[in-house]
Design a protein around this ligand. Structure first.
Ligand SMILES: [Zn+2]
Length: 475
């Protein structure tokens, strides 16, 4: 059995105005306020291409290692739907702006990009019921009509659902770094349709397209579901019809939407109202020079020149604000390796724990530095440091105030610790016996006991030494 997965991705470009008119590119405005004769398809209205769209499309295509075509053109894709008042969508079907790119996954596998083209978004429907078949009425908001998109089409180079997810995450990180899109899947700024088919020795299933995937997690879940479903159908000796299915995030399953339309159903023809798009070599070179460092390049720099582990480097480099935070922390004199561990293991864990995006204001570099200094100078234990950081994250208080206020300084005074150590030893005669029979690995158990009793405040090194002394003395 071999699974073949390809993706078609639509990204909204964050330009000031729409693709072919001067309406604001703002999907959050009050419904049907950012509209004009052009984007609502009134007779006689003529489109004019927004040059910022071209600029962003080139930036994205170069970042995805594509070849930019000095000449490309626009076409009409004809279909009827209430969210498309013009009756056609302007796209680049015959001559796209860019082709032949790629993104490399972290394991080195190359996912080829077949093409990138510019097109416009359609409006948005609101149905009076959860499911379209039950809806008695539907409303339409045309603010989204004409918002610029680029469509990115991959070759079917992925074999596993997690590869598709990784590809989407890497793509989002790149689009955000080059500032052409928010890459936000949850609000539809980045949308993904997945094509999947399965082959075994004798036969191959038809290609099934899965739509409506609206989160990175669901890219993987929807594909896992679909692969299982197709495999089951094939096992039963039935045919897998070529169709379009929709991912339903409530039932965590896919449902058949329609049999897949063929490309020639759309009656593509060249857009008569727009000139061909000419891009000079100079322009391509200038944009190439202006591109910021991409996540993979940045990660390599962190790994090679700063000695950060590969895993940490990848995590820090993928988000612009996060990498800036890390670089500023290192510039303030903190050790790169140490800081990378703190950020990845402790700081990010806090943001992940309540699913919020990283925000450097929650734990300032000053406060991170204070907590790291406390720990490195053994004034507080790592365990207490975590507690202090969580408190800073929650309340925004200064670490000094927290440490003093809660009396968290590490106890390294042997006289203060010895009574607790004795207590722990007295409470665990069985473990003491084990130790005496030569099982010295139980030492850690005693240290853990003391740390628990002192709420993490004891200096584990001193505790270890004391326990060893006491147990060995009894011999
Ligand atoms: Zn408009």
């Amino acid at each position: 059995m071999k699974t073949v997965i390809g993706l078609e991705i639509h990204t909204q470009l964050s330009t000031e105005t729409k693709a072919f008119c001067s309406c604001k590119n703002d999907v959050y405005a009050e419904v049907n306020t950012n509209i004009c004769p052009v984007c609502t398809g009134q007779p006689g209205a003529l489109p004019i291409l927004n040059d910022q769209v071209v600029e962003y499309a080139i930036r994205a295509a170069l970042s995805l290692e594509c070849e930019i075509h000095e000449i490309s053109s626009f076409d009409r894709k004809n279909y009827f739907y209430p969210d498309l008042p013009k009756g056609y969508q302007i796209t680049q079907y015959f001559h796209p702006i860019a082709t032949n790119g790629h993104v490399d996954l972290n394991n080195g596998k190359r996912i080829r990009i077949q093409r990138i083209h510019i097109e416009e978004d359609a409006g948005k429907m609101f149905h009076s019921s959860e499911t379209i078949t039950e809806a008695r009425s539907s409303l339409v908001d045309l603010n989204r009509c004409g918002i610029p998109l680029i469509e990115i089409v991959t070759e079917p180079d992925m074999e596993k659902p997690e590869e598709a997810r990784e590809f989407m995450e890497k793509l989002r990180d790149i689009l955000r770094t080059i500032e052409v899109s928010t890459g936000n899947m949850e609000v539809g700024a980045l949308r993904c349709d997945a094509n999947v088919s399965i082959r075994d020795k004798e036969r191959s299933s038809s290609r099934v397209e899965v739509k409506n995937i609206n989160s990175f997690k669901f890219v993987q879940r929807a594909l896992e579901y679909e692969i299982e479903r197709i495999t089951e159908v094939m096992k039963n000796g039935e045919n897998v019809p070529q169709e379009t299915r929709g991912w339903d995030s409530l039932t965590k399953s896919t449902v058949s939407m329609r049999s897949k339309e063929a490309e020639n159903d759309y009656r593509y023809f060249p857009e008569p109202d727009l000139p061909i798009l000419v891009i000079s070599k100079e322009r391509i070179d200038r944009i190439k020079k202006e591109l910021p460092e991409l996540p993979d390049e940045k990660a390599e720099k962190y790994e090679k020149t700063l000695g950060v582990t590969r895993d940490n480097a990848k995590i820090l480099a993928k988000d612009k604000t996060l990498s800036k935070y890390f670089e500023n922390a290192v510039a303030s004199g903190l050790s790169a390796k140490d800081t990378s561990n703190w950020i990845v293991n402790e700081v990010l864990a806090l943001f992940n724990s309540d699913s919020t995006e990283f925000n450097h204001e929650r734990i300032s570099i000053d406060n991170l530095k204070k907590i790291m200094d406390y720990t490195n100078s053994s004034k507080i234990s790592r365990l207490v440091a975590k507690e202090v950081m969580a408190e800073v994250y929650k309340s925004g208080k200064d670490p000094d105030t927290i440490v003093r206020g809660k009396n968290l300084l590490q106890v390294s005074n042997e006289n203060e610790l010895i009574s607790v150590v004795k207590e722990v030893i007295a409470e665990n005669p069985d473990t003491v016996a084990k130790y005496k029979s030569g099982k010295t690995s139980v030492l850690g158990f005693f240290v853990g006991g003391v740390m628990k009793k002192t709420k993490g405040k004891a200096d584990p090194k001193i505790v270890g030494k004391l326990i060893k002394q006491l147990l060995d003395d009894e011999n």
